[in-house]
Design a protein around this ligand. Structure first.
Ligand code: PRX
Length: 627
């Protein structure tokens, strides 16, 4: 998208809201609500926090010791209590909380009361293992309800969960377990990929063999007969059996860590982003409610995987805090056929549908016939997340869903915890723009020195702390400081952004060495280290390159060891090696063998120059280039 921002701005259509049924209070006077929230953010956030239940009130809303923030100081709460008990103690007790549909067609439905019973049983089982507040639990599960149950159970008793996406390979899982020093791992025998069972347990065995902190593994057995388990491995059902379905949620200080979630940065080592109970609860609660105009009668379908932050914030925590009915489905959007999601929308009467640009572009390829076969009239609000959405995909999504549903292009990050720049269903939309900052969020586009650019291109920053912001990077506070030291006085998101005359934000992609492949965040340095760990490779450089469906794809340039030949077999072997080291999502689509890489005089690879050359663009300033 970066190349054609001028054309984009000139040709952009404005869609005005048509839905008269939107009923959140802020919608009546959006400008006034935003201005008030910015004039006094502490009052705004405290008012939001009061909509949730606290075991004891906070003494102070915010302590801001740049760049360290604490929110709702002295208050005690528990996010799991607010996701479950708050509803179980109300008329929502028998309301459906989660509808889960498996890849192979199974369906499981949990009311709030049933979900609470499952979570309580799991929390008691966790206690029986002698785990204490602050201990870490790695959750490496496919997209099955046990993932949600395990997360909420950890939260309930003050354990910190570290969910690892089940597509990551053994070394990637191992490094995350080690960094978190997890005592327990919860996993499954199999996940499924297009109906084909994927053996997860062998991945775990390989990873855990090198992780002495892991004392026990819990295994959800999906296939019959159940796979064999050792003494240190327990079957999920047997582990839960006999435990009480009652378990009081632990009153926790609002700043108690809730989870670590590992995400890619510019070095080879993933960062363990730390989120806490109080502020994260407030941020995910209000954004889910306002951005999607969430009402009790809605059926909310978010296609993410809880292995990523979107799943944490907008499948599990945000919607459950609101007492919503959530639909979650295992599997790909085009398996068994490209009607998969449209069918689910019709079958369950989905009214809010939150998806990704990559998925939309994939479905576009199959044509309008597929959505045309289904009754999508229940849809009310749509959402997009994870990468810039190109106007063509936006228009297609808008058209095939009836032409009158607002699309919320939500911009945020693992680090921000919750949506920060987004439309609300009441604001005029411009396809391709995430529009404006959410209430209480002071975002801007600035130059390198931190000066606001007014209109034009620059770096996306957030100028004030917000409740759901990450508190630190586990084991690496220096890296946390990096976000706030980059551009003076503000949080630098690492995104290039354009601000137009209406103050609308147009996110253009990453400013750093992070690539967004199908919305997944991949550090080029991670792929490079995977490549150089192969015996035939001496050096590697990795760039992101535009891709029609995935938004970006990975291209790698490698220098081979003397005597190694550039053959198709070797290229395949390198791809397999990256898959083994990191996982399928990080495999370069293209690998080119080269004899030299552009470097600065100090020896740093100039990926920017490689990228410009690859795209046939001007490489810009190359005065520091060595050769
Ligand atoms: O580059 C931005 C892009 O995704 C990055 C954050 O990635 P991650 O932490 O994996 O979180 C993904 C889910 C929130 C951002 O720095 N990004 C996310 N949403 C958008 C986006 N880029 C453009 N438009 C969006 N709506």
């Amino acid at each position: 998208m970066a190349e054609n921002i001028e054309t984009l701005l000139k040709t952009s259509t404005v869609y005005h809201p048509t839905d008269q049924t939107l009923d959140q209070a802020y919608i009546k006077d959006y400008e006034a609500a935003y201005n008030a929230s910015i004039a006094d953010p502490e009052t705004f956030w405290a008012d939001v926090a009061k909509e949730l239940e606290w075991f004891s009130p906070w003494d102070k809303v915010l302590e801001w010791n740049y760049p360290w923030a604490k929110w709702f100081l002295g208050g005690t709460c528990n996010i799991s209590y607010n996701c479950l008990d708050r509803h179980v103690n109300s008329w929502r007790k028998n309301k459906v909380a989660v509808i889960w549909v498996g890849e192979t067609g199974e369906e499981r439905i949990f009311t709030y009361a049933e979900l609470a019973r499952q979570v309580n049983r799991c929390a008691n089982a966790l206690k029986s293992l002698g785990l204490n507040t602050g201990d870490r639990v790695t959750i490496y599960l496919p997209k099955i309800p046990e993932q949600i149950v395990a997360m909420l159970a950890c939260a309930r008793i003050g354990l910190i969960h570290s969910v690892v996406y089940s597509g990551f390979s053994a070394p990637a899982l191992e490094s995350r377990i080690k960094d978190a020093e997890a005592r327990l791992i919860i996993t499954a025998d199999y996940g499924y990929d297009r109906g084909k069972p994927i053996n997860l347990k062998t991945v775990v065995d390989q990873a855990v063999a090198n992780c002495p902190t892991i004392e026990t593994s819990i295994v959800v057995r999906r296939e019959k007969p159940g796979i064999a388990l050792t003494d240190r491995e327990l079957d999920w059902e047997e582990w839960l059996a006999g435990h009480s379905t009652q378990c009081q949620a632990e009153p926790l200080d609002s700043e108690t860590p809730l989870y670590f979630l590992y995400t890619s940065g510019t070095t080879g080592k993933p960062k363990g982003v730390v989120h806490v109970h109080g502020g994260y609860m407030v941020g995910t609660y209000i954004t889910t409610k306002y951005v999607f105009d969430l009402k009790d009668e809605d059926v909310y379908f978010c296609v993410a995987d809880p292995g990523w932050v979107t799943g944490h914030s907008y499948i599990v925590y945000g919607p459950l805090l609101n007492g919503a009915t959530i639909l979650t489905a295992e599997g790909k959007p085009d398996y068994p056929d490209p009607g998969r999601w449209w069918h689910l929308i019709e079958k369950y009467g989905v009214s809010i549908f939150y998806t990704t640009p990559t998925a939309i572009r994939l479905l576009m390829k199959y044509g309008e016939d597929w959505p045309g076969r289904y009754d999508l009239s229940t849809l009310r609000v749509l959402g997009s997340v994870g990468e810039p959405i190109n106007p063509e995909a936006w228009e297609w999504f808008h058209r095939v869903t009836g032409g009158d549903k607002p699309i919320m292009d939500t911009w945020w990050q693992t680090e921000t915890g919750a949506i920060l720049v987004t439309p609300l269903p009441c604001v005029p939309l411009k396809p391709g723009s995430a529009t404006r900052p959410f209430l209480g969020i002071e975002a801007d586009v600035v130059d390198k020195a931190g000066n606001s650019i007014g209109t034009g291109g620059g770096f996306a920053v957030i100028k004030k702390p917000w409740p759901s912001m990450m508190r630190t990077i586990h084991n690496d506070p220096e890296r946390y400081l990096g976000y706030w030291n980059n551009i003076p006085g503000c949080y630098t998101a690492g995104d290039v952004c354009h601000k137009d005359e209406d103050g609308y934000f147009w996110f253009m992609g990453r400013a750093d060495d992070v690539v967004k492949v199908a919305g997944n965040r991949i550090g080029t340095a991670e792929v490079e280290s995977a490549l150089v760990s192969h015996e035939s490779v001496v050096e590697a450089a990795v760039i992101g390159k535009p891709h029609q469906t995935a938004g970006e794809m990975i291209k790698a340039f490698v220098i081979l060891k003397q005597g190694e030949r550039d053959t198709p077999d070797l290229i395949t072997a390198l791809k397999t090696h990256v898959q083994t080291e990191l996982g399928k999502i990080a495999v370069p689509r293209e690998i080119e063998v080269v004899t030299a890489l552009p470097k600065t005089r100090s020896g740093k690879i100039m990926r920017r120059v490689l990228k410009a050359k690859e795209l046939g663009q001007d490489p810009g300033d190359i005065s520091t280039l060595e050769e």
